[in-house]
Write a new protein. Sequence first.
Length: 226
Amino acid sequence: MDELKKNIIELLSTKAALKQDIASFSESVLRRLKKLAKAEIKNLRSSIKDERVRLKIQDNGTHEFILYVGSDVLVFQLHQNVFRMPDESGVWKTSYMKENPDRGYFGVINIYNFLAESFEQNRMNDEGYLIGRVFMNFEEHFLVEGKGQLGFLFNDLVNMELTDEKALHIIRVAIKFAIEFDLITPPYNMIQEVSLFQIQTISSDLKLSTGKRVGFKFSSEQESFE
């Protein structure tokens, strides 16, 4: 057997299999998050009797679920691919990664924040924002990148293992951030001109797209999202 074929077989037996393992584990993590989120919504509803306050979960299958919390929606979406941390990432400087480079491959769950009305009214032009990304390797170690507390509470990859307690903490921090991230009005000169077409279709497909920030700063952090 020539050397090239040997290399291909080795890669398929190691790296390809590793990625399949990570993908399967990542799906199990999303299932755990979904189960914990259902219980959390139920517990919140037992304390909040006002039925106008949205508290529900929508199960969209293996790779996604959606939480409605008040005026907000949180979309937890598992990417179907496995990623390697970029070479410039600080995690590669740790002894944990140097001992086994396979620890640098991750499944990723993205957490998006939308307005609840955007989903309920099917306003396709409305904007959502990526507020967090959960990275998980084959050893069940994880880290989170994101806004607010999501950006610093879960960044110790070496010592962080994804227990149910930590998974629930991620959900709660994401919910809190979404609720505190307020809808900000755009400046008058940005919306003073509108076409007849926009006016006639605004009730079904809001052409004056709505997002919490509409090009501005987070009200809670006063920093650019860009």
